[in-house]
Design a protein around this ligand. Structure first.
Ligand code: FAD
Ligand code: N01
Length: 544
């Protein structure tokens, strides 16, 4: 009998076998629950399975962007660089799967298409593209925030005769760009990481850029031995500190580079003179922007930083017209996820790289040989989409999720995602989301947030089982109050500024409601609320 056809319902079905689904297996197995994980890919790793584009790497120090659940694992595993590249992170995921025999619980190459609540027997029925059916008391969506690549609809795109790739769904065998003329659309994190690497191989690379980003230097390097041993000696404290930190990175990594591990910014840019700022750029280049503490909340301070940024682009990029084209304008520094780069601007000094600044005339259509823009036609052998994701809600809304009374998640979220704590939705009992909208999620070190969510969900299921309770879901009042709270604390920051068209707001997907989705208060403040709510007998939830 296949796992999906067993007579008895499962305790739990988990959808997705990235870091979240993998940890869910380890955690829920400890408590004796019987579970299956369903994964569309042919193996584990999620993000790091799909995003194999050249240059892909994490932007948080790997000693911290890694699991904390096993002391033996964290002592044994050796990272080679401060921020590991994708192949190393995927090897790590494979190692974890082997070491803890996780694959035994996973059905690979299987995409979940339907998730329906059967009210009469309080079970979820999960159906797949292969026609399998699973039934379970609980369903955990570990489907990822950045797991649905966004390919914009551009007229003529099917006519292109060359090869087309998306950074978020890169072929496992890699792509050889040698001797090829390549066009790339998109200059977010994926574009900024891949452009310097593709440029080193291709005959010619044309970067089609609609919005230039604000990038900061990665400062990546081989992992310093002293840092490695300091972290390993203190891993227990590191993991504890992560859970109390703003973005889930401990002070043990301070000063190392990567998000969350910069030195504490001490200076107010508003207190500096023009001469001070020129001197700072002379001494530190783009790094200078990391030392100011008033950019996030003060628009005037932010504008001074933007001026410094543009001046530094001018200094690095030799051709004045290209430099001008690469300068971000009209939106605040910090409103989008910071892009961490390695040699991005220097790449535009290569003879085989050119920029098409789409602000001077956009894409009109894709032709059989390239892209026609208002500025002319550009020919390519290969076209790369580095155009991002339908983030945070995309994977959930692509499944047909139906809760009580057959109500769809799509209708519950018609005006934007509504959750309580980013963990549950009203009307969808016993269905949990890992790092869902309304939790720190993509604003955090996501391995830390994944572990915190899975731990909370596991404790919640144990609590219900001990009580002999059959279901849990948030009250509409608690859900509404949480949605308001998430919005209110983001309001007034650069993150929700009108000029900002980030994927945090859903602004990258035509027709998606413009709502700020993650929770900005930080991993520590958020975790404390989750713990308090559980300690008070799951305040705001109805236990049936
Ligand atoms: P994912 O890794 O996205 O896994 C979700 C899985 O669910 C996927 O394997 C997918 O195939 C599967 N799935 C989805 N829908 C279905 C379905 N219907 N049926 C079956 N299976 C399904 N975060 C950081 O904190 N630091 C970083 O440095 C960082 N770097 C990143 C770099 C890149 C290129 C990208 C794209 C993201 C990065 N992130 C980073 C975010 C990253 O997504 C998370 O850190 C983390 O890997 C998420 O793990 P997850 O298991 O929640 O989701
Ligand atoms: O996607 P993005 P991403 N015509 O949405 C452009 C994580 N990540 O894959 O800004 C022309 O940021 C779009 O232009 P615009 C990280 O969380 C992390 O790069 O909409 N251009 C933009 O330039 C990150 O934030 C790492 O005007 C079009 C680009 O495509 C998230 O994933 C590495 C277009 C998309 O940028 C997403 O990053 C990679 C069109 N029709 C990813 N449509 C690390 O470094 C879109 N664009 C850890």
């Amino acid at each position: 009998m296949s796992s999906s056809e067993r007579a008895e319902p499962l305790d739990v079905v988990v959808v997705g076998a990235g870091f979240a689904g993998m940890y869910a297996i380890w955690k829920l197995r400890q408590t004796g629950l019987n579970l299956r994980v369903i994964e569309a890919a042919s193996d584990v790793g999620g993000t790091w399975y799909w995003n194999r584009y050249p240059g892909a790497r994490c932007d948080i120090t790997s000693m911290e962007y890694s699991y904390g659940f096993s002391e033996e694992l964290q002592q044994d595993w050796e990272w080679t660089e401060i921020m590991a590249a994708q192949p190393e992170i995927l090897s790590y995921a494979n190692h974890v799967a082997d070491r803890f025999a996780l694959r035994d619980h996973i059905d690979f190459n299987t995409r979940v298409t339907g998730v329906h609540y059967l009210e009469e027997n309080s079970l979820w029925e999960i159906t797949t593209d292969a026609g399998q059916r699973y039934r379970a008391r609980y369903c955990i969506m570990a489907t990822g925030c950045l797991s649905v690549p966004n390919t914009p609809v551009i007229e003529g795109q099917d006519e292109f005769a060359g090869k087309t790739y998306h950074t978020g769904n890169w072929p496992a065998e890699g792509v050889d760009f040698t001797g090829k003329t390549v066009g790339i659309i998109g200059t977010g994190s994926s574009g900024v990481q891949s452009i310097p690497v593709i440029a080193r191989q291709a005959k010619h690379l044309t970067v089609l850029q609609r919005t230039p980003n604000y990038n900061l230097p990665a400062n990546n390097a081989p992992l310093p031995d002293e840092y490695r041993s300091r972290i390993k000696r203190n891993y227990k404290e590191v993991r504890k500190a992560q859970r109390h930190a703003q973005i889930g990175v401990s002070e043990f990594s301070r000063g190392l580079g990567g998000l969350g591990s910069n030195a504490e910014p001490k200076e107010s840019i508003l207190q500096t003179s023009p001469e001070d700022r020129v001197r700072a750029l002379d001494e530190l280049g783009f790094e200078a922007l990391r030392q100011y503490n008033d950019l996030a909340l003060n628009p005037q301070a932010n504008e001074l930083a933007c001026d410094m940024y543009r001046e530094q682009v001018r200094r690095v990029v030799n051709d004045p017209e290209t430099a001008e084209g690469l300068m971000p304008r009209d939106y605040a520094f910090g409103c989008k996820r910071p892009v961490i780069d390695i040699g991005y601007y220097e790449t535009f000094n290569r003879h085989n790289v050119s920029l098409v600044d789409l602000r001077r005339g956009g894409i009109e259509r894709i032709t059989s040989t390239g892209i026609r823009t208002a500025q002319g036609h550009f020919e390519f052998d290969v076209l790369v989409y580095a155009t991002g994701f339908d983030a945070m809600t995309g994977a959930l809304l692509r499944m047909d999720i139906r809760g009580r009374d057959g109500r769809t998640l799509a209708s519950h979220w018609e005006h934007g995602p509504k959750t309580y704590l980013g963990l549950q939705m009203t009307g969808f009992p016993n269905l949990f989301t890992v790092t869902g909208p309304g939790s720190p999620s993509v604003l955090s070190n996501m391995v830390v947030s994944v572990e915190q969510h899975v731990d909370w969900i596991s404790d919640c299921i144990n609590y219900l089982d001990q009580k002999g309770a059959g279901s849990i879901e948030p009250t509409a009042k608690a859900e509404d109050a949480w949605v308001r709270h998430v919005f209110e604390i983001a309001d007034g920051t650069m993150l929700t500024d009108e000029s900002c068209n980030s994927w945090y707001l859903g602004a990258n997907i035509p027709g998606k409601p413009r709502i700020f989705m993650p929770y900005v208060a930080g991993v520590g403040a958020y975790g404390a609320q989750c713990d308090a709510i559980a300690a008070e007998g799951y305040r705001g939830f109805v236990i049936g």
